[in-house]
Design a protein around this ligand. Structure first.
Ligand code: TRP
Length: 331
């Protein structure tokens, strides 16, 4: 199969504000993948209600996130980009696959263990069964490849097991997906503590650059970013603050590490931090402007997600029927 024919599926939850980490780690890659694969992307809003959401805020956030992804270059003319809850096949196959997922398997999911600690007052069945729904998302579209971060690897592994199990019982039904490891893309760390991932929930506001931060705020955050006790701009691969900044700069500008080291030869950390801040500002400000345009023209947004919804339904209803028939449901 040529790369162009391969299907890539990925989704993100509309669970909070996006950060530079989300952008460089995932969204920017999605944008680039669109030219080389058949891409299907979703906002996984069904997953998000495993944690209680305020209805108004939730509704608004889904729309905003949809607009932001368009602003980042996700193009519904090239790819399918839909809202999960608008495509009924997900909940339906999700239920079916729960019946092919073992209690023991779900109990071993580290994200479930973490989240049930964090939300001890609401350990609901959805939180527990969530990986079966994620498997449904992927398997409905016969995805060959799934770009996932480290935190989702275990869920993808479970998806593969569920697919194998189903295929073993009923014969070839699902494509068993492979993880897609991005060629480029940085794991962006906190600007204040490079041993931690950049996170929107960090108590230290300077640790995290948000997609919607204005230029001054971005510059200030990079100015205050921690570095290390050296002084040369050199990548040491030790997970220091300067390594993190070089990673960010490289990812944003497309420059190689050696080109960056050369560019800043003889210059100090101050100059470098300013350059990183400027590069990030130049990348994010146009996205913010496009985002505002889309939010002022919600007709266009609605048109995009309706079109993608139809496309997603067409593919996934076919797969769901095949599954139901194999199980023995009367169609
Ligand atoms: N569970 C993922 C997350 O929380 C989002 C997600 C839902 C997803 N379905 C998916 C990711 C399918 C990849 C493929 O980040």
């Amino acid at each position: 199969m040529s790369e162009k024919e391969k299907v890539i599926f990925s989704a993100v939850q509309p669970s909070g504000e996006l950060t530079l980490g989300n952008y460089l780690g995932a969204i920017k890659n999605w944008r680039n993948l669109q030219d080389d694969y058949r891409c299907i992307f979703a906002l996984a809003d069904l997953h998000t209600i495993t944690v209680r959401q305020d209805p108004k805020e939730f509704n608004h956030r889904i729309l905003e996130l949809y607009a932001l992804f368009l602003a980042c270059g996700i193009d519904p003319k090239k790819s399918i980009f839909f809202i999960q809850s608008q495509v009924h096949t997900h909940a339906e196959l999700g239920w079916i696959l729960q019946c092919y997922t073992q209690f023991g398997e779900l109990s071993r999911m580290t994200q479930f263990k973490d989240k049930s600690k964090k939300h001890a007052d609401n350990i609901n069945a959805g939180l527990f069964c969530y990986p079966s729904l994620m498997a449904a998302d992927i398997l409905l579209y016969s995805a060959d490849l799934v770009p996932v971060g480290a935190d989702q690897k275990q869920h993808l592994e479970l998806t593969r097991n569920i697919a194998d199990r189903f295929n073993g019982i009923y014969g070839d039904t699902f494509v068993v997906p492979e993880p897609y490891i991005a060629k480029m893309g940085a794991r962006v760390m906190s600007l204040q503590d490079p041993s931690k991932k950049m996170s929107k929930s960090d108590e230290n506001a300077n640790a995290c650059v948000r997609m919607m931060d204005d230029a001054n705020v971005i510059m200030k955050k990079f100015k205050r970013a921690v570095t290390d006790s050296n002084s040369e701009v050199k990548f040491r691969n030790e997970g220091t603050g300067i390594d993190n900044l070089i990673g960010i700069y490289s990812c944003v500008t497309g420059k190689t590490i050696s080109a960056i080291e050369k560019e800043f030869e003889g210059k100090g950390y101050g100059d470098f931090k300013k350059a990183v801040g400027e590069a990030v500002v130049n990348e994010l400000i146009p996205i913010q402007e496009k985002f505002k345009d889309y939010m002022n023209n919600t007709d266009y947004l609605v048109q995009c997600f309706k079109k993608s919804r139809e496309e997603a339904l067409k593919i996934s209803e076919k797969k769901l029927s095949e599954v139901k028939e194999k199980i023995g449901f009367v169609l």
